[in-house]
Write a protein that binds this ligand. Structure first.
Ligand code: NI
Length: 227
């Protein structure tokens, strides 16, 4: 399931990040590609050691931590520190699957990649191409969102970024290890939570059916979740 989270960052916040990144010291993305990906990857990336990556990454993590729709959709147990990339001059990333386990630099932590995330930092109208294409049970879906918007998609899916033929596509990307690894179970919990959230303002807080649904949500999470 693809889940867009609109306006994770405000227009102003996204513009500030974009401005800083436009002046960043980008490196060839090949440096960080696994052996399989190396043949298909042509883009620029910010080095993990670059202080700007840590500064902007921490800012994004704080926004994620207080965004109810992201928490509900991802049920995060761990988030890989956000990375940054730029596609321009025909830059692209051919069809690939993300590595299942990602070691966090300078730590003992390894994040299992259940959910892949792309946070768009400039508007779709700023560039041509650069669509994120994700293969799934219903065929290929194309994603190209505006600045500040985030897409979550299953890390199990094959995906690619089409060549950018005008302008530059600037984005952050990262992975989530979810408390609920199974995508079908996670989607069920998300649907249930969204239903409860939309019923809540319409019913008294002590409505017995609403309480029952809330209990079902937490009892499923108890059965399926791992911290
Ligand atoms: Ni990928």
């Amino acid at each position: 399931m693809l889940i867009p989270i609109e306006k994770l960052l405000s227009r102003d916040e996204a513009a500030q990040l974009q401005q800083k990144l436009r002046q960043a010291g980008w490196q060839d993305g090949l440096a960080t590609a696994g052996s399989l990906a190396a043949g298909v990857k042509q883009n620029l990336q910010l080095d993990d050691e670059d202080p700007l990556a840590a500064e902007l990454g921490n800012f994004i993590l704080r926004r994620l931590g207080r965004h109810p729709a992201f928490i509900s959709a991802a049920l995060p147990a761990a988030i890989y520190p956000p990375k940054f990339n730029c596609y321009q001059d025909g830059g692209h990333y051919g069809l690939h699957v993300d590595s299942a386990m990602m070691a966090v630099p300078r730590s003992q932590v390894t994040v299992r990649t259940d959910i892949s995330c792309t946070l768009f930092l400039n508007d779709a109208s700023d560039y041509d191409g650069g669509e994120l294409e994700i293969e799934g049970p219903f065929g290929v879906q194309q994603v190209k969102l505006d600045a500040g918007d985030l897409i979550l998609y299953p890390s199990t899916s094959l995906h690619r970024v089409t060549p950018v033929t005008r302008g530059a596509r600037i984005a952050s990307f990262f992975w989530v290890q979810s408390m609920v690894a199974d995508a079908t179970r996670r989607a069920t919990l998300f649907d249930l939570d969204q239903g409860i959230q939309s019923l809540t303002p319409r019913l008294p807080a002590d409505d017995p059916e609403l309480l029952k649904l809330t209990a079902v949500y937490h009892n499923l999470l108890r059965q399926w979740g791992h911290s």
